[in-house]
Design a protein around this ligand. Sequence first.
Ligand code: PMV
Length: 354
Amino acid sequence: MARYEATVSAPVNIACIKYWGKRNTALILPTNSSLSVTLSQDHLRSTTTSSTSQEYEQGDRLWLNGREEEISKGGRTEVCLAALRQWRREVEDKDSAAPKMSEWPLRIASYNNFPTAAGLASSASGLAALVYSISQLYQLPQTPSQLSLIARQGSGSACRSLFGGFVAWEMGERDDGADSLAVQVADRDHWPEIHALICVVSDAKKGTSSTSGMQKTVATSTLLQHRIKHVVPPRMTEISRAITAKDFTTFARLTMADSNSFHAVCLDTSPPIFYLNDVSRAIISVIEELNRAALASGAGLVAAYTFDAGPNAVIYALEKDMPMIVQTINEFFPQSLDFPDPFGVLAQPSARPE
Ligand code: PMV
């Protein structure tokens, strides 16, 4: 009896304009649009193999980094699998010769080549790889933007990892979420000079998950209302323009401002959420100082820091400036000071999931 299999890898994406807050928790509809850079496959990626066969025992099964995880009833993975099966059913209805895979159990094994849930966006690459691998297994005709509607329901930021390069997640307006999807703003080849330095300040699991953190922020922060109404919408337009124009100074200014705005709403949450630690704040000071010196000498900004729901820094810089940035970071934060090895991982934006 036939067995079908598909393996794909999806990279991590790191947001420049942050998603923080859901207006609908079941469908994962965000309170604001966001924009990210998808990193290269080389360093931070999830690789997922999905298979299906009529012979498999009943029930879908999932392994993460070699350990079996329960697929809970009504949980996010199950929601994604149900939606993918529905699209497969449409393929089978149109083509009577297509195997009835939608009725068969699935086996899914996923590996991250980096620490899980440490503020390095593992859920983004993991859910994107899961959705993309099953779409390949099922030979679905849907576009990456359409697939992003399903990945979004697995983990919000995962929808952006279905594209390489520079990607926007448009929040949409509809209550059913049909217009809350990812679109590519520019592909990697448009601006390959941008590189990312990932500073692993801590690879421990984060204290407050993004899911619970966001809910607390939505429920208690008044600053969030200002951010989603007045701060993010103009930034989305401005940063898209900066990417199109390859204007690094504007890109860097907006990226740093938005990271700080996101951590400000975390602090404005009750009880407050602290994702940054002393090392994170020291990295901010070093980059601010490098930029101050660059501006004073008449040049543009040389680097942009950004932090997700954890203390690890991602520093964006142009390739020509990256050796100086790496050297400066290594001088201020020598690896002998208890940093995991390697402290920094250089990554380039990637083309797309493979
Ligand atoms: O998709 P989630 O639930 O892992 O949330 C991600 C939130 C941030 O990483 C902090 C910001 C973002 O836009 O990726």
